[in-house]
Design a protein around this ligand. Sequence first.
Ligand SMILES: Cc1ncc(COP(=O)(O)O)c(C=O)c1O
Length: 348
Amino acid sequence: MYPRLTIDLAKLRHNVRTMKQKLDQHGITLVPVTKVFLGLPEMVKIYYEEGIEMIADSRIENLERTALPLKKLLVRLPMLSQIERVVTSSDAALVSEIATIRRIDQTAQRLDKDYEMILMIDLGDLREGVLVTELDEFLSQLPDLKRARFSGIGTNLTCYGGVLPTEENLTELVACHKKLEDRLGYAVPIISGGNTSSLYLLDQGDIPPEINMLRIGEAIVLSRESAMGNTLPGMYTDVFTLEAELIEVKQKPSLPWGEIGRDAFGEVPNHEDRGLMLRGILAVGKQDVNYGYLEAPPGVELMGASSDHTIVDLKNGAYQVGDILSFQMEYGGLLQLMTSGYVEKVFR
Ligand SMILES: Cc1ncc(COP(=O)(O)O)c(C=O)c1O
């Protein structure tokens, strides 16, 4: 069935192994983030077999998919309305709100379960976390906890504000860790220094030695480092391939004719005149993936899309109806393709 996303498990295994070895060398625990592939058990199994002990995901539904004996970290701040499910189905969560911490502890007591929390610090990216300037005040408000415990402190960068991790801001995180331990009076073992965007610091030798955990999604699955956008050497960029079928191949003009109004998405299109061209229509559309996230094969150019159709310039190549074209993709495209129920997932 097309469109389909083929997932090469051997290449994934290689990437997990390579990334784990790299972090091991720096004394950093690799906690893979599984959300981009919805925590598919077939893939999580590879992580487990490669010696991963904890996985992370932003959705509790994804963490619930695997039955393997892995520790599970929720990396989106828990919703108050979902605390019971979160405490039941995971072992740890990122937190930044007193009300949430209190509720987690109450729920853990009721469920007779120990639960771990990682306190998030906002170092400027302006997504989740306590501001450094407000940490003292926050710590003074921490309630006494019975079954919930802080196992770590962490930060997340380059996701919303585009702020890069640096030796300076991660050193601030280390200072916050000291404050947290002083306030709690027990050892807090984890300092979680970010996501894929922190990897470049490792290569530069600029990551503070106290950082001992990274939560890595993109670098493993696409072998792409997100701070500078570089490809990581020695890893596969093509674990995933989208295959889509041509449902029309015709010589047509490049400019629409008639009076131009809005397209299916409310935009007024702006077309370039390329004269007569060989146009292809693929049976995949914006309901599955935004074509801007796709990388076309040589000799093919992506031109546009509507909900169910993607238009390509076939550059007068030898194509016919029924041919299958293959595409690599960026992170956003992978997320959409994985989430689309119309895209078959096939393991190789
Ligand atoms: C809190 C948190 N940590 C880690 C990650 C992993 O990010 P990346 O895929 O860039 O490694 C994400 C996003 O998926 C996240 O939201």
